[in-house]
Design a protein around this ligand. Structure first.
Ligand code: ZN
Length: 317
C-alpha cells in the first residue's frame, strides 16, 4: 500500500528537444532530452523511487522487495512487467517505424512486441504525424516505394491538436512529427524497426540503421485502426475519459478541478502521469511532469489539487 513518486530514465536521441527540462522541470543535463521513461522496468532504462524509505531503488528492485502483489492480480498473466510509460519531446521528426507483435517479437527479439498509445500533450501549430496508410497497398508496392523513396506518398499524414489520441496496434506504420510532445503508453518493449530516417546521420556521423526486411515482415499494409471515441464521465468536481483499453493497458485522461477520489484495488497498480498542475495523491506531493505509482491494494485515496493527468492500469482480459 504505497503511493510513490518515480524518477525517470532519460534518452538523448538525435531528434529530441529541451522542453522536458524547460517546461516539465526534469532534472537532466543532456543537451537534448528526447524521452523520459516515467514508468519503466526495462533493462534499457529503469525508473527509480524518488523519495521515502525505498528511495533509490529501481522500480524492478522495489517490486522484488515488496512482492509481485504490488502489481495486482491482473498482472499475473504477464511474465514480465507489462508496460512502459514515456514522455516524448520531438523537436525533429522521428524515423518512420513499426513494431512487431508479441508472437514475432518473442520469436525474433526475445522480448514483448509493442502496441502503443499516444496522447498529444502539446504541439506546435501545423504539426503532423504519420499514422498508417491512406489506403491498402500490396507487399510489392510497399517494397517498391521503400526502394525508390516514395513511401511517404501513400502514408496517412495527420494534423494533430492538443489532447488527440492515437492507438497504434503492433504492425501499424507510424512516426511522430516535429513539434509534438507526447505521453506514450506502450508494452514493455524497446524493439523498433526503422524503415525511413530522412537520410539523417546519428551521433557517430553514420546513417542510423534501418531494418527494412523485418519491417516488411510485420507491417500491416492498410489504414490504422483508431480506438473508438468514448464520452467523458462526469464526477463531482472531476472528469475521466477512457482513451484506450486493450489487453496490455487501459488509459484514462483525468481533469481534476480540486479533489478526486480514486481507487487502486487488488487487481491492478495505477500510474498517474501529471501533465498540468500540482497537488497531492494521498500524502504524496506532485507537480507537472511527475509520475506517481500506486501499488495494487492501496484502496481509495484522494487526489487534491487542480491538475490534468493520464491514468493507466491493467484490466482483466
Ligand atoms: Zn513507436
Amino acid at each position: 500500500m504505497a503511493i510513490i513518486r518515480l524518477r525517470p530514465a532519460f534518452k538523448d536521441y538525435i531528434w529530441g528537444g529541451t522542453r522536458l527540462r524547460d517546461d516539465f522541470g526534469k532534472d537532466c543535463d543532456f543537451d537534448k532530452i528526447a524521452e523520459s521513461w516515467e514508468l519503466s522496468c526495462h533493462k534499457d532504462g529503469d525508473s527509480v523511487v524518488a523519495d521515502g524509505e525505498d528511495v533509490g531503488l529501481t522500480l524492478r528492485q522495489y517490486i522484488e522487495r515488496h512482492g509481485r502483489a504490488v502489481l495486482g492480480t491482473n498482472c499475473e498473466r504477464f511474465e514480465d512487467f507489462p508496460i512502459l510509460i514515456k514522455l516524448i519531446d520531438a523537436k525533429d521528426n522521428l524515423s518512420v517505424q513499426v513494431h512487431p507483435d508479441n508472437e514475432y517479437a518473442q520469436r525474433v527479439e526475445g522480448e514483448y512486441g509493442k502496441t502503443e498509445m499516444w496522447y498529444v500533450v502539446d504541439c506546435d501549430p501545423g504539426a503532423e504525424l504519420l499514422y498508417g496508410f491512406k489506403h491498402e497497398i500490396s507487399k510489392e508496392e510497399f517494397a517498391e516505394r521503400i526502394g525508390n523513396n516514395t513511401l511517404l506518398e501513400v502514408t496517412n499524414n495527420v494534423p494533430v491538436h492538443k489532447g488527440d489520441v492515437f492507438f497504434i496496434e503492433a504492425g501499424t506504420l507510424h512516426a511522430i512529427g516535429k513539434g509534438i510532445l507526447i505521453a506514450e503508453i506502450q508494452q514493455n518493449s524497446n524493439t523498433t524497426y526503422r524503415i525511413y530516417d530522412y537520410g539523417r546521420v546519428g551521433k557517430d556521423g553514420k546513417p542510423r540503421e534501418l531494418h527494412v526486411e523485418k519491417a516488411q515482415d510485420v507491417t500491416v499494409l492498410a489504414p490504422a485502426k483508431q480506438y473508438p471515441d468514448t464520452p467523458a464521465e462526469q464526477h463531482e468536481g472531476w472528469t475521466s475519459k477512457l482513451l484506450a483499453r486493450c489487453e496490455y493497458f487501459t488509459v484514462y485522461a483525468l481533469d481534476i478541478g480540486g479533489m478526486a477520489e480514486l481507487e487502486a484495488d487488488g487487481t491492478s497498480f495505477l500510474d498517474l502521469l501529471i501533465l498540468e498542475g500540482e497537488g497531492t495523491a494521498g500524502d504524496t506531493p506532485f507537480k507537472k511532469g511527475d509520475s506517481i505509482f500506486v501499488t495494487a491494494g492501496t484502496g481509495r485515496f484522494a487526489v487534491n489539487g487542480k491538475c490534468k493527468a493520464v491514468l493507466t492500469r491493467i484490466d482483466k482480459f
